[in-house]
Design a protein around this ligand. Structure first.
Ligand code: HEC
Length: 193
């Protein structure tokens, strides 16, 4: 801010020291208001936006990035019965499936697979799944003319298998769902060795 020609002198005087009544500069107010606006946006985003994240989410995401680097350790997984069953109880690798699901599938399937647009996957009834390998097939190719999208071009083959294992692991939780029971009750998954 430019100073006026005759700045106003304040009327106090301490040991001969006096001060002018200069206004706070414009850039200072701009910064101040910007921080206030930022804090409101920040608060609303992290409290209410579904796109916000917590420290725990950020941590889990970086764990998964790290696990992906370790895919070399398990090689390319086959989407067969033994593999999907095996990883459905593997805590470490299930984390990749859980995170893939959290990133891509919750909007239609619910945070815990309880069903929103897509069916409840925590009960014993399935629409497109008769055996455990069908889960990977549905994820790969989609279903119902794209209402369930195909993921083969968007996910690493290991992510398909590990997400199938994760979905298999949701069975039996029988979470309350907005969806009716859909499809047929199918036999339990085969047991792992
Ligand atoms: C755009 C919404 C949408 C997204 C995103 C989506 N799905 Fe689906 N999914 C559906 C719908 C709808 C169905 C039911 C299809 C039908 O009616 O046959 C379904 C069905 C399924 C089934 C078969 C369930 C059954 O009972 O037969 C599996 C498994 C599945 N989805 C897994 C996934 C996975 C894993 C992801 C994320 C990688 C995902 N879905 C993302 C909408 C979606």
């Amino acid at each position: 801010m430019s100073q006026s020609a005759e700045p106003m002198l304040l009327d106090h005087n301490y040991d001969g020291i006096q001060e002018y009544d200069n206004p706070t500069p414009g850039w200072w107010w701009m910064l101040f208001h910007a921080t206030v606006v930022f804090s409101i946006v920040y608060f609303l985003f992290f409290q209410f936006s579904p796109d916000s994240w917590t420290l725990k989410d950020a941590y889990n995401a970086s764990v998964v990035v790290d696990l992906r680097k370790q895919f070399a350790e398990i090689g390319e997984l086959k989407a067969d019965e033994a593999t999907i069953v095996k990883y459905s109880t593997d805590k470490k690798w299930l984390e990749v499936g859980r995170n893939t699901f959290a990133t891509n599938c919750v909007s239609c399937h619910g945070r815990d697979g309880e069903g929103v647009v897509g069916p409840n996957m925590t009960d014993d009834a399935y629409k497109n799944v008769k055996t455990i390998t069908d889960i990977a097939t549905v994820i790969t190719n989609g279903a119902a003319n794209g209402a369930m999208p195909a993921w083969k071009n968007r996910l690493h083959p290991n992510e398909v298998v590990l997400t199938a294992s994760y979905i298999a692991s949701l069975r039996g939780k029988n979470l309350p769902s907005a969806r009716p029971v859909e499809g047929d009750v199918i036999p339990p998954w085969p047991k792992g060795n």
